[in-house]
Design a protein around this ligand. Structure first.
Ligand SMILES: [Ca+2]
Ligand SMILES: [Ca+2]
Length: 205
Protein backbone atom coordinates (compact mmCIF):
# COMPACT_ATOMS: atom_id res chain seq x y z
CA UNK A 1 0.00 0.00 0.00
CA UNK A 2 1.44 3.42 -0.94
CA UNK A 3 1.87 6.05 1.75
CA UNK A 4 -1.09 8.22 0.74
CA UNK A 5 -3.88 5.57 0.99
CA UNK A 6 -2.37 4.31 4.28
CA UNK A 7 -2.45 7.81 5.80
CA UNK A 8 -5.97 8.34 4.43
CA UNK A 9 -7.11 5.03 5.99
CA UNK A 10 -5.57 5.95 9.37
CA UNK A 11 -7.14 9.41 9.49
CA UNK A 12 -10.54 8.05 8.39
CA UNK A 13 -10.38 5.46 11.17
CA UNK A 14 -9.55 8.12 13.77
CA UNK A 15 -12.38 10.39 12.59
CA UNK A 16 -14.78 7.40 12.71
CA UNK A 17 -13.64 6.68 16.31
CA UNK A 18 -14.52 10.25 17.29
CA UNK A 19 -17.94 10.04 15.61
CA UNK A 20 -18.76 6.79 17.44
CA UNK A 21 -17.72 8.29 20.79
CA UNK A 22 -20.05 11.28 20.28
CA UNK A 23 -22.92 8.90 19.49
CA UNK A 24 -22.32 7.42 22.94
CA UNK A 25 -20.79 4.35 24.53
CA UNK A 26 -22.53 1.21 25.78
CA UNK A 27 -21.74 0.47 29.43
CA UNK A 28 -22.45 -2.98 30.89
CA UNK A 29 -22.63 -3.78 34.59
CA UNK A 30 -22.57 -7.52 35.33
CA UNK A 31 -21.79 -7.36 39.08
CA UNK A 32 -19.09 -10.00 38.61
CA UNK A 33 -17.94 -11.24 42.04
CA UNK A 34 -20.74 -9.13 43.47
CA UNK A 35 -18.98 -5.82 42.91
CA UNK A 36 -19.77 -2.85 40.70
CA UNK A 37 -16.90 -2.76 38.24
CA UNK A 38 -15.06 0.46 37.45
CA UNK A 39 -16.33 2.39 34.45
CA UNK A 40 -13.22 4.38 33.61
CA UNK A 41 -13.64 6.63 30.62
CA UNK A 42 -17.40 6.98 31.04
CA UNK A 43 -19.71 9.27 33.02
CA UNK A 44 -21.46 6.44 34.95
CA UNK A 45 -21.44 6.83 38.76
CA UNK A 46 -23.18 4.32 41.09
CA UNK A 47 -24.37 5.00 44.66
CA UNK A 48 -26.78 3.79 47.35
CA UNK A 49 -29.71 5.49 49.05
CA UNK A 50 -32.72 4.88 51.28
CA UNK A 51 -32.75 2.90 54.54
CA UNK A 52 -30.39 0.06 53.59
CA UNK A 53 -27.63 -0.41 50.99
CA UNK A 54 -27.75 -2.92 48.16
CA UNK A 55 -25.06 -5.61 48.22
CA UNK A 56 -23.43 -8.31 46.13
CA UNK A 57 -23.25 -11.08 45.42
CA UNK A 58 -26.93 -11.45 46.29
CA UNK A 59 -27.36 -14.17 48.92
CA UNK A 60 -30.80 -15.56 48.11
CA UNK A 61 -30.43 -16.93 44.54
CA UNK A 62 -33.01 -14.51 43.13
CA UNK A 63 -31.00 -14.62 39.89
CA UNK A 64 -28.36 -17.08 38.67
CA UNK A 65 -24.67 -16.26 39.14
CA UNK A 66 -23.43 -13.01 40.66
CA UNK A 67 -26.04 -10.26 40.90
CA UNK A 68 -26.90 -7.28 43.11
CA UNK A 69 -29.61 -7.53 45.82
CA UNK A 70 -31.60 -4.86 47.66
CA UNK A 71 -30.71 -4.30 51.31
CA UNK A 72 -32.72 -5.76 54.17
CA UNK A 73 -35.55 -3.40 55.15
CA UNK A 74 -38.66 -3.40 57.36
CA UNK A 75 -42.18 -1.97 56.81
CA UNK A 76 -42.38 1.53 55.32
CA UNK A 77 -38.71 1.52 54.26
CA UNK A 78 -36.91 1.64 50.91
CA UNK A 79 -33.55 0.42 49.58
CA UNK A 80 -32.30 2.21 46.47
CA UNK A 81 -29.44 1.76 44.04
CA UNK A 82 -28.67 4.78 41.87
CA UNK A 83 -26.75 5.26 38.63
CA UNK A 84 -26.14 8.81 37.44
CA UNK A 85 -25.12 9.04 33.80
CA UNK A 86 -24.69 11.66 31.07
CA UNK A 87 -26.43 10.73 27.82
CA UNK A 88 -25.59 12.12 24.37
CA UNK A 89 -27.99 14.22 22.27
CA UNK A 90 -29.11 11.04 20.47
CA UNK A 91 -30.65 9.74 23.74
CA UNK A 92 -30.12 6.30 25.28
CA UNK A 93 -31.63 3.39 27.19
CA UNK A 94 -31.11 1.43 30.39
CA UNK A 95 -31.91 -2.27 30.47
CA UNK A 96 -31.62 -4.81 33.30
CA UNK A 97 -32.47 -8.39 34.26
CA UNK A 98 -34.50 -8.40 37.47
CA UNK A 99 -36.13 -10.76 39.95
CA UNK A 100 -38.68 -10.03 42.68
CA UNK A 101 -39.78 -12.01 45.75
CA UNK A 102 -42.20 -9.90 47.77
CA UNK A 103 -45.73 -9.40 49.08
CA UNK A 104 -47.75 -9.18 45.84
CA UNK A 105 -49.28 -5.78 45.20
CA UNK A 106 -47.76 -4.02 48.21
CA UNK A 107 -43.97 -4.50 48.45
CA UNK A 108 -42.61 -3.42 45.09
CA UNK A 109 -39.64 -3.28 42.75
CA UNK A 110 -39.75 0.12 41.11
CA UNK A 111 -37.62 1.83 38.48
CA UNK A 112 -37.44 5.61 38.71
CA UNK A 113 -35.84 7.77 36.04
CA UNK A 114 -35.21 11.44 36.80
CA UNK A 115 -37.73 11.29 39.65
CA UNK A 116 -40.51 9.62 37.65
CA UNK A 117 -41.72 6.09 38.40
CA UNK A 118 -41.52 4.27 35.04
CA UNK A 119 -41.93 0.65 36.17
CA UNK A 120 -43.32 -1.43 39.04
CA UNK A 121 -43.48 -5.19 39.81
CA UNK A 122 -44.26 -7.30 42.88
CA UNK A 123 -44.95 -10.88 44.01
CA UNK A 124 -42.74 -13.62 42.52
CA UNK A 125 -40.86 -12.70 39.33
CA UNK A 126 -38.03 -15.13 38.65
CA UNK A 127 -36.05 -13.32 35.95
CA UNK A 128 -37.37 -10.82 33.43
CA UNK A 129 -35.71 -8.05 31.46
CA UNK A 130 -36.87 -4.43 31.28
CA UNK A 131 -35.60 -1.59 29.08
CA UNK A 132 -36.32 2.09 29.66
CA UNK A 133 -35.59 5.29 27.70
CA UNK A 134 -33.07 7.91 28.82
CA UNK A 135 -33.11 11.50 27.60
CA UNK A 136 -30.19 13.61 26.44
CA UNK A 137 -28.34 15.17 29.39
CA UNK A 138 -27.82 14.00 32.98
CA UNK A 139 -30.09 11.10 33.99
CA UNK A 140 -30.63 9.61 37.44
CA UNK A 141 -31.64 5.95 37.30
CA UNK A 142 -33.00 4.44 40.53
CA UNK A 143 -33.64 0.73 41.21
CA UNK A 144 -35.83 0.71 44.33
CA UNK A 145 -37.32 -1.91 46.66
CA UNK A 146 -40.16 -0.31 48.63
CA UNK A 147 -42.30 -1.88 51.38
CA UNK A 148 -45.73 -0.77 52.63
CA UNK A 149 -46.81 -0.72 56.29
CA UNK A 150 -47.52 -4.41 56.97
CA UNK A 151 -46.97 -8.06 55.91
CA UNK A 152 -43.81 -9.54 54.37
CA UNK A 153 -43.60 -12.46 51.91
CA UNK A 154 -40.93 -14.53 50.17
CA UNK A 155 -37.28 -13.42 50.25
CA UNK A 156 -38.56 -9.87 50.77
CA UNK A 157 -36.01 -8.43 48.31
CA UNK A 158 -35.28 -7.79 44.64
CA UNK A 159 -32.25 -8.52 42.49
CA UNK A 160 -30.80 -7.01 39.31
CA UNK A 161 -28.08 -8.09 36.89
CA UNK A 162 -26.67 -7.32 33.44
CA UNK A 163 -27.48 -3.62 33.48
CA UNK A 164 -26.80 -2.14 30.04
CA UNK A 165 -26.78 1.62 29.50
CA UNK A 166 -26.56 2.94 25.92
CA UNK A 167 -25.77 6.45 24.66
CA UNK A 168 -23.30 7.15 27.47
CA UNK A 169 -21.14 10.27 27.05
CA UNK A 170 -17.45 9.37 27.39
CA UNK A 171 -15.44 11.31 29.98
CA UNK A 172 -14.13 14.64 28.57
CA UNK A 173 -10.58 13.27 28.66
CA UNK A 174 -11.63 10.47 26.27
CA UNK A 175 -13.32 12.90 23.90
CA UNK A 176 -10.31 15.26 23.91
CA UNK A 177 -7.95 12.32 23.36
CA UNK A 178 -9.98 11.08 20.36
CA UNK A 179 -10.33 14.61 18.97
CA UNK A 180 -6.54 15.15 19.19
CA UNK A 181 -5.98 11.82 17.43
CA UNK A 182 -8.47 12.78 14.70
CA UNK A 183 -6.79 16.19 14.29
CA UNK A 184 -3.40 14.51 14.07
CA UNK A 185 -4.80 12.25 11.33
CA UNK A 186 -6.08 15.24 9.34
CA UNK A 187 -2.76 17.13 9.64
CA UNK A 188 -0.74 14.09 8.55
CA UNK A 189 -3.14 13.53 5.63
CA UNK A 190 -2.89 17.19 4.55
CA UNK A 191 0.92 17.23 4.74
CA UNK A 192 1.09 14.03 2.75
CA UNK A 193 -1.21 15.51 0.09
CA UNK A 194 0.89 18.69 -0.13
CA UNK A 195 4.06 16.61 -0.51
CA UNK A 196 2.40 14.50 -3.23
CA UNK A 197 1.26 17.62 -5.12
CA UNK A 198 4.71 19.27 -4.99
CA UNK A 199 6.23 16.00 -6.25
CA UNK A 200 3.77 16.00 -9.17
CA UNK A 201 4.61 19.66 -9.91
CA UNK A 202 8.32 18.83 -9.96
CA UNK A 203 7.81 15.91 -12.34
CA UNK A 204 5.74 18.06 -14.72
CA UNK A 205 8.40 20.76 -15.01
CA1 LIG B 1 -23.90 -11.17 36.89
CA1 LIG C 1 -45.70 -5.43 52.90
Amino acid sequence: MSKLPRVFLLSSLLIACSAVSLKGDIVNETFTDGVIESHNGTSVVWSNGGDSSWYGPGGDALLSGDYYQSGQIVHNQISSLFAVVDITTAGGTVGADYAVSSEAGFDRFEVWINGSNVFSASGIVSGNTGTFDLLSGTNTIEFRYEKDGSVSSGVDAIGIDNVEITGVVPEPTSIIFLAVLALFGIVVRQRSRTREESRMDTSQT
